[in-house]
Design a protein around this ligand. Structure first.
Ligand code: G3H
Ligand code: 13P
Ligand code: ZN
Length: 283
C-alpha cells in the first residue's frame, strides 16, 4: 500500500495506548528487515532516515527502497526524516515523497526554534505531510556532559505549551534523560518531567535514543504519552552481530551470505521492539 503519514499512525497509537517503532535505515537490508519484522508482527511501522543515512545512501535511494517495500506489504509504513536540520533539505524530502519530517531546531533559542519549526509546519501541512520538532536537547552518549549541563538540556515543561501552540507541530521529541548511541551506564529517565509535559499538551511525544533503555522504562514512558519510539543503535548492533558471525569463516566471500544473516538478526530485534512498544497486531 502507499506510504502513510506518521500523524495517522500516532493518532491510532494514541487511541490504542501504544507506541509505534521508528527505525533508522541506511541500506536495502535494513529497510527489508524493518518491513519483514512489521509484517511478521502485523504492526504499523515508521522507517526513518537521518542526516548520516542521506549522506551515505542518497535521498533517492532511500525513497525508492522504502516505497518498494511499502508497495509490497499490507502493513502501514511511513517514511520520516529524522533530525532534519536544514529547511531546504526538509522541503526536498517532502518533494521526494517523505510522508513526515522532523525539523530539529533544538540547537537554537526557543524563539528561533519556533520560527524554523513554524515555517516547516506551515508548508508540510499544506501538502499533507506530518511534522515532528524537538524541544530541549537530546545529546549523544559520547558527549562529555556534566550532570548540571545534562539537566539544563532537558525539556523545560514551562516552554512546552507555548511551543506547541505557536508551531502547531504534530509530534514533539523531548529530552528526558535519553541519549543517542550505546549507553555507558543505564539511563535514568525523568518520568516526572514527562508526566508534567503531557499534562500541558496532548500531542504525541517522541522518545529518541531509545536503544539500551530498559524495556520497563520504555513501557512506563508509553503509559505517560510516548507514541513514537526511535531505535537506531540496536539495529546497528544486530547488523554487526550477523556480519561478525558470518565472516568467522575466512572462506566466506559471498556478500549475500554475510548480509543475509545480518538481515535476519535485524528482523529479530525489530520484532522484539515492536512487541515491547505494544504495536504488535495493530496494523
Ligand atoms: O539520531 C541519530 C541517529 O542514530 C542517526 O545517526 O546520522 O549517524 O545516521 P547518523
Ligand atoms: P538510538 O541510536 O540511541 O537508538 O537513537 C535513535 C534515535 O533517536 C534516532 O533519532
Ligand atoms: Zn534522535
Amino acid at each position: 500500500m502507499p506510504l502513510v503519514t506518521v500523524k495517522e499512525l500516532l493518532d491510532n497509537a494514541e487511541k490504542g495506548g501504544y507506541a509505534v517503532g521508528a527505525f533508522n535505515c541506511n541500506n536495502m537490508e535494513i529497510v527489508q528487515a524493518i518491513v519483514a519484522a512489521a509484517e511478521a508482527e502485523n504492526a504499523p511501522v515508521i522507517i526513518q532516515a537521518s542526516q548520516g543515512a542521506i549522506k551515505y545512501a542518497g535521498l533517492e535511494y532511500i525513497v525508492a527502497l522504502v516505497n518498494i517495500s511499502a508497495k509490497n506489504t499490507k502493513v502501514p509504513v511511513a517514511l520520516h526524516l529524522d533530525h532534519g536540520t536544514n529547511f531546504d533539505q526538509v522541503i526536498q524530502c517532502i518533494r521526494y515523497g517523505f510522508t513526515s519530517v522532523m525539523i530539529d531546531g533544538s540547537k537554537y533559542s526557543l524563539e528561533d526554534n519556533i520560527i524554523l519549526t513554524k515555517k516547516v509546519v506551515e508548508i508540510a501541512k499544506a501538502v499533507g505531510v506530518s511534522t515532528e520538532a524537538e524541544l530541549g536537547k537530546i545529546g549523544g552518549t559520547e558527549d562529555d556532559i556534566s550532570v548540571s549541563d545534562k539537566d539544563a538540556m532537558m525539556t523545560d515543561p514551562k516552554d512546552v505549551e507555548y511551543f506547541v501552540e505557536q508551531t502547531a507541530v504534530d509530534a514533539l521529541a523531548v529530552a528526558i534523560g535519553t541519549a543517542h548511541g550505546q549507553y555507558k551506564f543505564e539511563p535514568k529517565l525523568d518520568f516526572d518531567r514527562l508526566a508534567k509535559i503531557r499534562e500541558l499538551v496532548d500531542i504525541p511525544i517522541v522518545l529518541h535514543g531509545s536503544s539500551g533503555v530498559p524495556d520497563k522504562d520504555i513501557q512506563k514512558a508509553i503509559t505517560l504519552g510516548v507514541r513514537k519510539v526511535n531505535i537506531d543503535t540496536n539495529i546497528r548492533e544486530a547488523f554487526v552481530r550477523g556480519v561478525r558471525e558470518a565472516v568467522k569463516d575466512p572462506k566466506e566471500i559471498d556478500p549475500r551470505k554475510i548480509l543475509g544473516p545480518a538481515r535476519v538478526q535485524m528482523t529479530e530485534i525489530v520484532r522484539e521492539k515492536i512487541r515491547i512498544f505494544g504495536s504488535s497486531g495493530k496494523a
